[in-house]
Design a binder for this molecule. Structure first.
Ligand code: SPV
Ligand code: MG
Length: 556
């Protein structure tokens, strides 16, 4: 069922026995406050919009479209009907046609059109107030009625006869003629200091359309009194704007004098009040409903402390991670790939030739004991970076971005990139790269030159460098993702290792201080923590030997 138009809603208000009470808004926020205060409808005041939008006089200086925009903003912010103050319709009857067409198409409940000449001056300003002739104004009213799309759209005819000093008889004659021309209501405006003029008008009024009044200059008149006198619609046109001006002025002067925002506490709206007013709770609910959860920031920890003899003399003055391949070091390539994948926080653990490891925007940690201590110790020298979601990578690997993306998007607490191509190498050539870190998964896939990785994470049953090769089913490439939970398990494994006797073996390591990352991972598995494999097939390189280095040059 189509919901009732705001024009019909306003007509329903008019059908109630009691007066319909409006307050003037100048924008969306003031309209919302008016609605919250319990007013029946909104008056979008030309006085208020001119003042707030442009800080300009209410004298037809603003355009129809500016008033329309303000009315649309107010209308969109409230459920109650909005009546727009359209001054004189912005010109003659032809202008009025466009005005009525636009405002009714925008869902505004009704407009007020007055009999002032164009350009007008605000009724309340001192000076002369000129009116168009009665027939011309009657033409404006007929024009407005002919143009409205919604048959319930209200055209309020406003006479300024009393404002112009033309007296009650002229006001009465005009009012009667405007009703005949089709007006849906009659606004009799007055700037007398008491309501006597409008009360006298109401008393003589024989018409059938509702009477409208704006008690600005005779503020003692109450809704009750005006209602009893026969007024059906009462508009408090500019009090909201004036309240805002008075509050802003006094609080700003205090703030300027005291120079500390706290002095206004209690006198100004709380932030939560503004959040509620503008719908922050709904906004949050919409975010949850419609925006996929934003990714938690990831910290990458690159382990680049170690020293390996086999690449000497290339690595005489720098660690492997700083080896250049076609103008950029491995580390530079890693960092730019990580950044391209949205990882801003990057930590590098350096040890061997630490002074040669330098890159802007990267946080450095040191493992000066790199000769005696293993990778686990290197990793935990970056303890301060081990927070939230963490990606750990060896400083001597280069890999395809899709591998990184798959590890980053994995939901499992611990996800290791595992290359199934190792199985092919071992089966066909019966060899395994020196120092390869192998894993055992429940199935040993029959791979070959065609391979489709599983989308599901696969349990790793065992990890290490000394696994039985017949049982191994892939190679850990040195890239691992941890959720905060996975990271807490890694820390637990490390803590347990620290507590064990210094001399005893720790999984494959001769002692805990020499433990590798695989030993920590094996400790986690032994404790029943799930460690998953993200299956890949090739797409990465390790620089461990001259042959690797030569291959890296050839491939990149
Ligand atoms: C307005 O609020 O813009 C009005 C009422 O038209 S008055 O300012 O009294 O003219
Ligand atoms: Mg006005």
């Amino acid at each position: 069922m189509a919901s009732m138009s705001k024009a019909s809603a306003f007509r329903k208000l008019l059908a109630r026995p009691k007066p319909v009470v409006l307050a003037g808004a100048h924008d969306a926020l003031s309209a919302r406050l008016i609605e919250q205060a319990g007013f029946d409808a909104i008056w979008v005041s030309s006085f208020g919009v001119s003042a707030s939008l442009k800080s300009m006089p209410d004298a037809n200086v603003l355009t129809m479209t500016e008033e329309l925009e303000a009315s649309k903003n107010a209308n969109a912010a409230v459920k109650i009907p909005v009546i727009a103050d359209c001054d004189n319709g912005y010109g003659n009857a032809i202008n009025v046609i466009r005005t009525a067409t636009e405002f009714s198409a925008a869902g505004i409940a009704g407009i007020s059109i007055e009999d002032s000449t164009f350009p007008k001056r605000c009724s309340l300003y001192p000076g002369e107030h000129a009116l168009v002739s009665l027939p011309e104004m009657a033409g404006r009213i007929r024009a407005a009625k002919s143009a409205a799309a919604d048959p319930d759209f209200l055209v309020i005819a406003r006479t300024e006869a009393l404002i112009a000093g033309l007296g009650l008889p002229e006001a009465a004659a005009r009012a009667e003629a405007y009703q005949k021309a089709g007006a849906d209501a009659l606004l009799i405006h007055s700037k007398a200091k008491s309501p006597h003029e409008v009360l006298a008008f109401a008393k003589q009024w024989k018409g059938t359309i509702p009477l409208v009044v704006v008690p600005t200059m005779f503020p003692t008149a109450s809704v009750e009194e005006l209602g009893q006198a026969g007024f059906k619609v009462i508009i408090f046109a500019n009090q909201a704007l004036r309240a805002a001006v008075a509050a802003m002025r006094s609080q700003l002067s205090i703030l300027r004098r005291e120079g500390r925002a706290e002095v206004l506490d209690g006198a100004i709206a709380r932030l939560q009040d503004i959040y509620d007013l503008v719908g922050v709770p709904q906004f949050q609910a919409q975010e949850e409903a419609f925006i996929p959860a934003s990714k938690e920031p990831v910290t990458a920890v690159i382990l680049a402390a170690g020293f390996e003899e086999q690449l000497l003399p290339l690595t005489e003055d720098k660690p492997k991670a700083m080896l250049e391949i076609k103008g950029r070091s491995i580390l530079e390539r890693q960092v730019s790939l990580l950044r391209a994948s949205g990882i801003a926080q990057i930590a590098v653990v350096r040890g061997y030739q630490a002074q040669a490891v330098n890159l802007p925007g990267v946080q450095f940690f040191e493992n000066p004991d790199y000769r005696k201590k293993g990778i686990a110790a290197s990793l935990f020298s970056a303890q301060a970076a081990l927070k939230g979601r963490v990606l750990i990578l060896y400083g001597d690997i280069l890999f395809d971005r899709t591998i990184l993306e798959r590890v980053l998007s994995a939901a499992s607490p611990v996800s290791l990139a595992v290359d199934r191509a190792w199985c092919d190498l071992y089966r066909t050539e019966n060899r395994s790269p020196a120092g390869a870190e192998l894993v055992i998964t429940p199935e040993r896939p029959a791979v070959g030159h065609r391979f489709l990785p599983s989308e599901e994470p696969i349990d790793i049953l065992k990890i290490g460098q000394k696994l039985h090769k017949e049982e191994a089913s892939g190679e850990f490439i040195g890239l691992a993702g941890f959720t905060a939970e996975g990271l807490s398990w890694l820390k637990e494994a490390y803590e347990r290792g620290l507590k064990q006797p210094a001399e005893g073996p720790f999984h494959e390591a001769a002692s805990f201080s020499q433990a590798s990352l695989t030993d920590l991972l094996q400790e986690m598995i032994a404790q029943g923590r799930p460690v998953s494999a993200i299956e890949i097939y090739k797409g990465w390189l390790e620089v461990d030997t001259f042959e690797d280095y030569r291959r890296a040059w050839a491939k990149l």
